[in-house]
Design a protein around this ligand. Structure first.
Ligand code: S3P
Length: 430
């Protein structure tokens, strides 16, 4: 049993400075997977430092790709579309992205692989990838109710047109990756548009992918070619610092080299709607992914309702938006967020329990939360429940609380951002 760490966060008076973040987690996973099935050597700079992306690299290595890593520099020697059968189960750790997206690639291999995960991942739903992969011709065995471990028996795949019942970028990427191995053209239609890193990554590696509003299509049997890329800073990690700065009127924070993909940057619009001062400069683009420098200035925060397409676009940022909601004047209401119940933890329950522990009034609903504004929080003992985004969200709530907050299981932050607490501490004014 891993020993859990507790981190104490004391209140602050401001958040000031300049920051660069490790590479985006969603992009790092996809580049690492595609690099392994490309021709040639891929060089990735500013690769994610999170444990999740390390799980992906280890899986690709176990599947025969040569992976060399020096801190955030990663070099992957691709094998072309044929991977090597692994000699033991592929360990996806805590990473749903690894398990779901890699299954798409494994469905096209002529061998059977087993994918396992930690306790949290072993509770997460996999039917969403099993059903369409089986339609394409793979055989996927799971545990009770479609949970991991998974056994993926790959083979010859046929293209399908699939309409996703749940909005999920992981499922979309899984099926586009499987589509690379299929005969014919695979089409995926999503109910709500989600992040398009899978489509952009496939194009970066020279595959042809077409996209209309809600449909993405890929022709099978295309050859991928290695790339060199510098991965933009992770905007979901930046969310914690942006929200921290937002809490202190008059303070200024700058984040350089930040991912600005329009399907991920809704947070910036939402913060503007809440009253925060945001400006973006030095916008550049590489392999279809935009990056820029963001300056954020804290102001008095108003009120917000997050629902529908916004909920899908902000799915990883909702924990921290909820954590700062009591400090707004008008509160934040979150709707259509049932998916949060099946993330690394039940995030709706985790947010409600921890806000209440800090003395806040919260209404918990099956698919969301209503958090009134104008509240004062007190430092308390909160629990990450082993979920990285819950650990980091409550570090931000703690900054404006009265007294200190103890975050149990704070080590979970390392799943996406091991340097989080050090970076935060270096920016705080006391
Ligand atoms: C991700 C998609 C989202 C998100 C996760 C990363 C991705 O999950 O919550 O952190 O990289 O595609 P879903 O696809 O399950 O919504």
């Amino acid at each position: 049993m891993k020993k859990e760490s507790t981190v104490v966060v004391r209140p602050a008076r401001g958040v000031v400075g300049t920051l660069r973040l490790p590479g985006d987690k969603s992009i790092s996973h996809r580049y690492a997977m595609l690099a392994a099935i490309a021709e040639g050597t891929t060089r990735l700079h500013n690769f994610s430092t999170g444990a999740d992306c390390a799980s992906t690299l280890a899986c690709m290595q176990a599947l025969g790709a040569d992976v060399q890593r020096r801190e955030q520099e990663v070099e992957i020697q691709g094998r072309g579309l044929k991977l090597r059968p692994p000699t033991s189960p592929l360990d996806c750790g805590n990473s749903g992205s690894t398990m779901r997206m890699l299954s798409g690639i494994l469905a096209g291999q002529e061998f059977t692989s087993e994918l396992v995960g930690d306790e949290s991942l072993s509770r997460r739903p996999m039917t969403r990838i099993i059903a369409p992969l089986e339609m394409m011709g793979a055989k996927v065995a799971a545990q009770n109710g479609g949970r991991p471990p998974l056994q993926v028996a790959g083979g010859k795949l046929k293209a399908v047109s699939y309409r996703q019942p749940v909005a999920s970028a992981q499922v979309k990427s899984c099926l586009l990756f499987a589509g690379l191995f299929a005969v014919g053209e695979t089409s995926v239609v999503e109910p709500v548009r989600t992040r398009d890193h899978g489509e952009l990554a496939l194009r970066a590696f020279a595959a042809e992918v077409t996209q209309s509003e809600s449909e993405s299509r890929i022709r099978g049997r295309q050859t991928l070619h290695a790339i060199e890329a510098e991965i933009p800073g992770d905007i979901s990690s930046a969310a914690f610092f942006l929200c921290a700065a937002a809490l202190f009127p008059g303070t200024q924070l700058v984040i350089e080299n930040l991912l600005m993909n329009p399907t991920r940057a809704r947070l910036l619009d939402i913060l503007i709607l809440l009253g925060v001062g945001i400006s973006v400069t030095q916008v550049e683009q590489q392999h279809g992914e935009f990056r820029g420098t963001v300056k954020v200035e804290g102001r008095t925060l108003g009120s917000l309702t997050i629902s529908g397409t916004d909920t899908a676009a902000l799915i990883d940022e909702i924990p921290v938006l909820a954590a700062i909601a009591p400090y707004t004047t008008g509160g934040i209401e979150i709707r259509d967020a049932r998916e949060l119940r099946v993330k690394e933890s039940d995030r709706i329950a985790a947010i409600a329990a921890n806000l209440r522990a800090m003395g806040a009034e919260v209404e918990e609903r099956e698919d969301g939360l209503n958090i009134p504004g104008g509240q004062k929080l007190r430092g308390a003992e909160v629990d990450s429940l082993g979920d990285h985004r819950i650990a980091m969200a409550f570090a931000i709530a703690a900054l404006r609380a009265e007294g200190e907050t103890q975050i149990r299981g704070a080590d979970a932050a390392a799943i996406s951002y091991p340097g989080f607490f050090t970076a935060l501490e270096s920016l705080l004014q006391r």
